[in-house]
Design a protein around this ligand. Structure first.
Ligand SMILES: Nc1ncnc2c1ncn2[C@@H]1O[C@H](COP(=O)(O)OP(=O)(O)OP(=O)(O)O)[C@@H](O)[C@H]1O
Length: 361
């Protein structure tokens, strides 16, 4: 049993609380990605769980055992928690095998079989075992760091932005190898990142941390499609926010009358549409007509800025279309919205902060 549970955890440095009565559960054998902006407290959270920082209040449980709480303090080395940092921090004077064996308990340090098994687990070949870290690519070094962390069969693996120093291609390959290795080892894991795509693709659950609290913790598809408020929606991807009026499961906005998914407030609302929900067709065949103002081409897809024909204020609107045949500026197109949209009450976010008043495309 290696579930992690935080209840009412407050922690910080000096007087200022970085984490403010935080609750979080990571189920046994699953991975949760903690997504937050710079300085939101992601590393502080990992320090509290690993035992490098004492919480001011609340309890931390790892594997059903309280490791921090009123009158309880288990030191880091007795928590069964492994920590992989941004830079793997391998020992430069030891070989790959030596680095991995360092993570094994003393009597097993000479067991080459276990080292080779761990290399295979992280997707590296046995011929790398005798190289020094400076003879490896950045992605290979991170995989060795992961193998070293998994060597003592930890109950919990904490990953602190372990892919952020890698370039795009290596990053994806290393991320996939890490996800596979974690699944195969059965470890519970917590990944800290500020990369939305990484959080959504890597983890079983995504936890959004802002202002010292978790705003939403749920499966990737749920936090993306059903964000709790407009701020979370914008934090977790591209979002088109529009003013609207909601009633009876429908909302009126400058994209027309659209069905609302999830909770349906009534009255003045902020409408959230993902740009990929806005599809372009031949002019006259969509729900609305528009003129293409600008196109940003990314290869696999393109972002198209549109001027809606019925919009006297000329607020541009963003659509995301597949990159096969993107339109060109000046084209006239039909515009439709696929699926339901979200509607949030105007005025306050779920966290109690004010919503932006202006429309954003
Ligand atoms: N040792 C420290 N002493 C004092 N303040 C600290 C210390 N470490 C972090 N902080 C402050 O605590 C806040 C949260 O820091 P933390 O490192 O947890 O954020 P983060 O979300 O991991 O950020 P990043 O994504 O930039 O690494 C920041 O305001 C930071 O300046």
């Amino acid at each position: 049993m290696s579930e992690v549970r935080l209840r009412g955890v407050t922690a910080g440095y000096g007087r200022e609380a970085v984490l403010d009565h935080v609750d979080l559960t990571v189920r046994e054998g699953t991975t949760t990605a903690v997504l937050g902006g710079s300085g939101s407290g992601k590393t502080t959270l990992l320090r509290v769980i690993s035992g490098f920082l004492r919480p001011g209040s609340g309890t931390v449980e790892v594997g059903g055992r309280t490791v921090a709480g009123p009158g309880v303090w288990v030191p880091p080395e007795r928590r069964g928690v492994a920590y992989v940092r941004q830079e793997g921090a391998l020992f430069p004077h030891l070989s790959v095998a030596g680095n991995i064996a360092f993570g094994l308990p003393w009597p097993r340090r000479r067991h080459r079989d276990r080292v080779l098994e761990l290399l295979e687990l992280v997707g590296l070949t046995a011929d790398l075992a005798d190289r020094r870290p400076d003879q490896l690519s950045g992605g290979q070094q991170q995989r060795v760091a992961l193998a070293r962390a998994l060597a003592p069969r930890p109950e919990l693996v904490l990953l602190d932005e372990p892919f952020s120093s890698l370039d795009a291609g290596l990053r994806v390959a290393t991320r996939e190898a890490t996800a596979r290795a974690l699944r195969a080892s059965g470890a519970t894991a917590l990944l800290v990142t500020h990369d939305q795509g990484e959080a959504l693709s890597f983890a079983d659950e995504v936890a959004i941390l802002t202002l010292g609290r978790f705003r939403q913790v749920d499966r990737p598809t749920v936090v993306y499609r059903e964000p709790v408020d407009a701020e979370v929606a914008e934090f977790l991807g591209d979002a088109v926010l529009l003013a609207g009026t909601a009633a009876d499961g429908l909302v009126d906005c400058r994209l027309g009358t659209l069905p609302v998914g999830g909770p349906v407030p009534s009255g003045e609302v902020q409408v959230m549409v993902r740009p990929e929900q806005i599809t372009l067709t031949e002019t006259g065949t969509g729900q609305l007509d528009a003129t293409v103002r600008a196109v940003t081409y990314f290869g696999h897809d393109a972002v198209v800025e549109l001027d809606l024909a019925n919009d006297a204020a000329h607020h541009p609107l963003r659509a995301r279309v597949i990159g096969l045949h993107p339109p060109t500026p000046g084209d006239r197109v039909g515009v439709s919205v696929v699926g339901s949209v979200r509607a949030f009450p105007r005025g306050r976010t779920a966290a109690g902060t004010d919503l932006p008043v202006a429309e954003a495309s």
